[in-house]
Design a protein around this ligand. Structure first.
Ligand code: ARG
Length: 604
């Protein structure tokens, strides 16, 4: 059972794909062609699944087809349908001769030639993204609120949003990453009034607010307890919204202080974002409200203007509040208009907790009702996620019940990651710089991976012990397998050029069961990418990387890449095809890390 290729590139059957591609997609094409030839009058979806017990993939359509044929008066058993389908499969170099199993399931095994050619291509050309229609994508993520501490919910939005943005960038889309910060609204009234009382000299002295959260709490307390203060707070908002220069300066100072705090988190996690907060849309809101009024879409209710969605069970949006102020809903209407008209987005994604699902449902529905969204032209997604729980399965909080400061959380991650490396005596082997890099890579990598490897729709338990475990579906395990894959070529003294020439010119043989298993696992990459792009979830990519790491580890344990003389340590024999597999494994893991926003290291 030798995989073999010489100077010939297997070509996909359909003309639309070339190079590296989704295998399930291509198998569907192959079976579709057979269907057209076998049963030209029956146009059904071809179902391909993986994995199956025998073979690498399976076509599950014969049974359904047999039913449909029966309904139209032709009695053919699933097994016979399968036989006909097999007979009419177009010539191709992708699959081995086919066989049927029970109930007409068709077992598919990838051709040896094809597997090797894909591995060689992934080495020579890198891991290429599938071809897509380039879209302009606006992704709204992170989006914390000014003067409040960024909490773990915002951390989830930041990690998931950044990873989705990286995925879409990798696919070649034109991605705009927007931070829709909460920098407007009534809470500013109390902040402005409090700032004025507490630091009257704020213009000449740099803002002394060290702890914005405490400042927020102080203002809130006064707001709740002091009626006179409350009045001034309301007045301050009105002045701010009317662009009063003093209030604007105060507002700016508060925003800057917050911004600096947020930026520290973004820098540590390597997150790129363009800030465009709620205030940005202030001036366009009035115009949009006029338009909505003209279209007769606003209803005056208890002093407020609201807009009802078309679907009955959705909540109305509050567009104008009783004292004339605008709301979170209003700024989201204006932001969506801006993204459609000015940004010319064809795809808009919002990443927030699932608690906001109904807000977004109402928003999208109302915007369609107003004729602002053309559903045939734009795709809009609310990417919702569950709550972060502590190890006690309750919302993650500090012991005293406060929200956890993200800086503290990251610091704790760094400390725990270093402890772990030292416990394994790594500081004796690694240089101080290497130890430093390993520490950050592991700490931030494990925090991101723990979040992304859980289905985002569920709640997830935040546990440093679990995320720093050496075994299982963790960043640490995969990062470690990556360093092993990377080190092999180094230890074999093989120059990159030698391997390049080998991959280009030699017959490549992949024979050992663990080599074949690893290679075939690697080939699922494009299917995984397709799935996660459709569903906007990242856990299947994590599962895939974990499977690769496991298959690699099994391969590594059972297949020598280099044979050395026991006594002298001299290299006697190098298995080039295995080095090639190591390199491609490292490439694929690196690509996965890149999409997840994780920075691997060469030694840890
Ligand atoms: N600032 C909001 C929050 O903290 C999230 C904003 C999300 N984006 C949006 N366009 N509504 O909950």
């Amino acid at each position: 059972n030798v995989l073999y290729i010489k100077n010939s590139k297997p070509r996909p059957v359909s003309e639309t794909v070339e190079g590296q591609f989704s295998i399930i997609g291509e198998l569907k094409n192959i079976f579709k062609k057979s269907l057209i030839k076998s049963y030209p009058n029956f146009n059904i979806k071809m179902v391909i699944s993986s994995p199956s017990k025998s073979g690498d993939y399976q076509c599950n359509s014969a049974m359904g087809l047999s039913k449909i044929l029966k309904e139209s008066g032709t009695k053919v058993s699933p097994a016979e349908v399968a036989k006909t389908l097999i007979k009419n499969i177009p010539a191709n170099s992708i699959i081995e001769p086919l066989s049927t199993g029970d109930h007409g399931f068709i077992n598919i095994t990838l051709s040896q030639k094809f597997v090797v050619s894909q591995i060689a291509s992934m080495f020579l050309e890198g891991v290429r993204p599938p071809k897509v229609d380039k879209k302009r994508v606006v992704i709204d993520f992170s989006s914390p609120n000014i003067a409040k501490e960024m909490h773990v919910g915002h951390l989830r939005s930041t990690i998931i949003g950044d990873s989705l943005a990286r995925l879409l960038e990798y696919l070649g889309h034109d991605v705009v990453r927007l931070n829709h910060v909460g920098d407007w609204g009534t809470q500013f009234g109390m902040l402005l009034a409090h700032l004025n009382d507490k630091y009257p000299d704020y213009l000449n002295n740099p803002l002394p607010i060290g702890d914005l959260q405490a400042f927020y709490k102080e203002s809130k307390k006064r707001f709740d307890e002091d009626a006179e203060f409350k009045k001034r707070a309301y007045a301050a908002v009105v002045e701010l919204q009317a662009h009063n220069p003093d209030q604007t300066k105060r507002w700016q100072l508060i925003c800057d202080t917050s911004r600096k705090e947020f930026q520290k988190i973004y820098d540590r996690l390597d997150i790129k974002l363009t800030e465009r907060g709620e205030s940005f849309y202030q001036d366009s809101m009035t115009k949009i409200i006029e338009d909505l009024k003209q279209k007769n879409l606003l209803v005056y209710e208890e002093g407020r203007y609201v807009m009802f969605p078309q679907k009955e069970n959705l909540n109305p949006l509050t567009v104008v509040k009783s004292h004339g102020g605008y709301t979170y809903d209003t700024s989201d209407i204006a932001a969506l208009c801006h993204r459609l008209e000015v940004e010319k987005a064809d795809w808009i994604i919002y990443v927030t907790d699932l608690g906001q699902s109904s807000h977004f449902e109402s928003l999208f529905d109302c915007m369609e009702r107003a004729g602002y969204i053309d559903k045939n032209r734009v795709r809009i997604d609310h990417v919702g996620f569950g709550v972060v729980l502590g190890e006690n399965k309750k919302r993650l909080k500090t012991r005293s019940g406060d929200t956890i400061r993200l800086v503290d959380l990251l610091d704790e991650g760094i400390k725990k990651s270093l402890d772990k490396l030292i416990k394994k005596n790594r500081e004796r082997i690694l240089s101080p710089e290497e130890l430093e890099q390993a520490k950050t890579s592991v700490a931030y990598g494990c925090i991101k991976y723990a979040d992304l490897s859980n289905n985002r729709k569920g709640d997830y338990v935040f546990s440093f012990d679990k995320m720093l475990a050496d075994e299982g579906n963790t960043a640490v395990y995969i990062l470690y397998q990556y360093t092993r894959a990377k080190s092999i070529a180094r230890l074999a003294n093989v120059e990159p050029n030698q391997l390049l020439n080998y991959a280009k010119n030699e017959d490549i043989k992949i024979e050992h069961p663990n080599e074949i298993k690893l290679a075939k696992e690697i080939l699922k990459f494009h299917d995984v990418i397709q799935k996660i792009t459709e569903d906007l979830v990242l856990h299947p990519l994590c599962e895939y990387l974990h499977k690769i790491a496991t298959a690699f580890s099994e391969f590594y344990d059972s297949c020598y890449c280099v044979e050395k003389d026991r006594k002298t340590g001299e290299v006697i024999k190098v298995y080039m095809h295995r080095l090639l597999l190591c390199e491609v494994t490292a490439n694929i893991l690196a690509k996965g890390f890149d999409i997840l926003g994780i920075k691997p290291v060469n030694r840890m």
